[in-house]
Design a protein around this ligand. Sequence first.
Ligand SMILES: *Cc1c(COP(=O)(O)O)cnc(C)c1O
Length: 475
Amino acid sequence: MKTIIEPFRIKCVEPIRMSTREYRERVLREAGFNVFQLRADDVIIDLLTDSGTGAMSSEQWAGIMRGDESYAGASSFYRFQSRIQELTGFRHVLPTHQGRASERILFELVGGAGKIVPNNAHFDTTRANIEHSGAVAVDLPIPEARDPKNRHPFKGNMDVSALEALIREVGRERIPLVMVTVTNNSGGGQPVSLENLRAVRAVCDRHRLPFFLDACRFAENAYLIKRREPGMQNRDVRDIVREMFDLSDGATISAKKDGLVNIGGLLLFRDEALFQRAGNLLILTEGFVTYGGLAGRDLEAMAQGFEEVVHEDYLAYRIRSVEYLGEKLLSVGIPIVEPPGGHAIYIDAAAFCPHIALENFPGQAVVCGLYRTAGIRAVEIGSVMFGSGDARSHHHGLPIPGKRLELVRLAIPRRVYTQSHIDYVVEAATDLYQHRGELRGLRIISAPPVLRHFTARFEELSSAPIRINDFGSAI
Ligand SMILES: *Cc1c(COP(=O)(O)O)cnc(C)c1O
């Protein structure tokens, strides 16, 4: 059959509260034009993030009942541990409450002033944790990643020669580890090829540097390898996953993505001594090593989630539904990062509304437009998220190639929305694009020093008339 259907039936439904455009206009204003400040009830289709927003399966809910809540040595921990060991090949497994907790522990151990941590592109919390330790986070994407129209199949790849150059320039002693993010979230949800992972591994071996994965979306990355990398079509996804982990010395993972759970994280190590030290830090802030800031039931849900995520019918549906949204937007002329990646479609906001100067946040303007038009919540990944008053991360004289893209991410929660929800998003985005001249730039009126996108407040630049459209009156 040609149609790839959702490979599940719906057992439990959660009503969506509809709203009028007038209502959304008011709450958006009250939220300081920052959709992180909206109440979720005021959102019709929530594409803010694919993190922790997925639907669990009946088997995962069954695991919730089975959860062993013993403080130490719970059977749920052992089920979780053996599942992760079998999937990744890592012997040393620590549970954490989410990805950033893993990052905080890792960089407290290996970061610090004078250190430099390269990545294909650091995710915002990774960068924040590295900088919090006093170290510098450097992005080394391949040049193709900077061109949204370039259809390179592995735009998540790290620029291996730039990595070599960085090591030569700053010296291997200053680099505690090399990190690669799969898939590359900040760079458009683009996958990293096995060939690239092997090349990074070879550089690390030559310079005796540890190699860590930020493996939040390891399964989507592995499936895209199967689909796009020559010679990989007949390999089992589990086998590709295993090779990805085998190439690395450790990993930080947010289980809120490919773990198919609403909360949870992991920290994986090959090195016994580092694992012991991380365990001591885990106890300090997360909890004992057999629960790490989670309930026993959460460990059960993770154990099952990490099993379901490598099912190929699930991955075929997952990757296809993201690709479907991307193809529909492209067909009406909306500029997106091509080709579609694993978990989201990224609108090229600078090309979407070229009349808005970068310092007036075109990405944020598109986000506000999508919410007003149809109650869709997206997220800006551009000058709001990555700009800051702090110049350390951007102007320290290290080779950071190119400028950042100004993107709006439509992240697709796992197993939550159906094709008609996605069609509604296409219709809204098309309407907004046809009236893009009415979008207005913004100015920040207040912002915290780090991770400002969560709490910054904005005002709109001029007062163009408010347009009432079909979505506003129909709803
Ligand atoms: C989500 C994410 C993180 C952080 O994980 P949390 O669970 O949100 O703390 C780190 N890296 C990447 C690539 C992510 O997508």
